[in-house]
Write a new protein. Sequence first.
Length: 587
Amino acid sequence: MNGAEGIVDVLIDAGITHFFAIPGGCVIDIFNAIYDRQDRIKPIVARDEQAASCMAEMYGKLTGKPGVFAGQGGFAASTGLFAVLDAFLASTPMLVLTEFTDYGPFSIHSPMQAGTGEYGSFDIESIFKNNTKYLKTASSPKEAVLGVQLAIKHAISGRPGPSACIFKANAVRGTLEKEGLPILHETKGFLTPLHTCPPQPEIDKAAELLVNAVRPVIISGNGLMISRGFEELREIAEYLGAPVVTSYLGKSSIPETHPLAGGPIGYTGRPFANEILSLADVILVVGCRLKPQETCFENPKVIDTKRQKIIQMDIDPRNVSWTIPAHLALIGNAASSLRLLIDAVRRQKINYSSSKRIEEFKALKEKRALLDQPVLQSTAIPIYPQRVVREVQEVLPADAIICTDGGNNRHWMNHYFQTKTCHSYFGTGGIGGVSWSLPAALAAKIIYPDRPSIGVSGDGGFAMQLHVLLTALQYNVNPIYVIMNNSAFEMTAEGMGKRRIGVDFPDVDFAAIARSCKCFGERVTKPGEVGEAVRAALDQNRPAVVDVVIDRYQIMKGTIYSPLAMEALADIWKVLPVDMKQGLEKG
């Protein structure tokens, strides 16, 4: 057995079922090791490293296991770094396998593509050291096997994230010596589940605060999604009669059709959700760091420690009181900690009717007609993006997986789309990278072939990675891509104001491109036809593109940007230096 075979056996022993990669350098040896093991781990070859890394990250989001991304050194560390950064910032378990392209004894003379850090080469270690939870460089096969085992452990322990292993040629091609020290153990032995929980006295204090609250509200974030604590979230919300609002990465932690679902908070969330949060006297924050975008840039009208008690639950102690001080910290896994909190709450005496609270909140939502604004029914041509969201919403099955992209499309979707099931909505919430949704939706369809998988993007994002259609054809899967096409990088253009440069594009019929690739493609220019096109796409057994021409003059910031966020930014504007203001005003 050589090092590459030992590495692949570690992946299989860890329960990892897919391998997303571009062959090159010593990664080809890992493919060779997979060849006779394809019944246990399926290799997926993307058309570039960026797509492969996005697919691996989506695997991590969906399964909770590290998504494996492999590629030759220089390309894994450049285009492939796209989703590694997203995983690092969005706490997604991921494993990067790459190599130095060292050419053995010639490494000191820096052959082309080498990443050893010698004069004349680039330093691949430094790149991954700064953007992963754990980095192992391996010179021998045994080092490689042990390194991959520890990298998997680091990727899933505590707050998840990406780990990386960089191999010298001998580490994958040399003979794996199993005898001697250190001993090689089975991988599963290193992956003992760790369900950290807060101390019971802290749980009891939190329960007392929640039971005595007049207007409790729960914020559900990415940590809840990662822990899969959906049942626990629903149970404590219903027992308390507490509305649940979500962060961008927490969207679909509770179905937004649930009577207590208040929708997403933040600068492009729903005004109703921000209002409900602002009226709370006790806030239970579950797995959310309370980043500036989630609190309308820390506007005290949304969250204010002087008038509200904050209970913050998180797996990472650093996240608690990171931006806003918490009155009570509950450090632990969200699902396990919520289970303890539910038990403690049930032991407390309550002086209110939770069913009455639920009915009152449900009635308030109906009165506000949250998702029945006239703009969603607009018959304007070009089609309003809000109308696109509504029509997609109406035809998608409840079990559909939705992936949204960077740019305006993700804000339209976050604001207006109503999730119907838990763990069904995903976005690029780490770096907010444009084009992420294309390979993500493809990966989702490969992992769960029986569930519809929808990728929503703008035309700019779709153009970046439209080659995913070719990969989908190669692996005989049928993701659906809905493009909000306004022939522009419109979110960037909005930031440029009157001084737009290079962000307006020629009109491109992406449906025609899809058809030329033997995919389903339909271009939609009239309201009322979007839903029909998506319905037709759902009936296909091939990849599908629904290219919707939308109105570029529906300005996202002017339409759905929270007034509370604008107010906070105006306060910040007052204290900016004059020269900075003058520069910004030109845009």
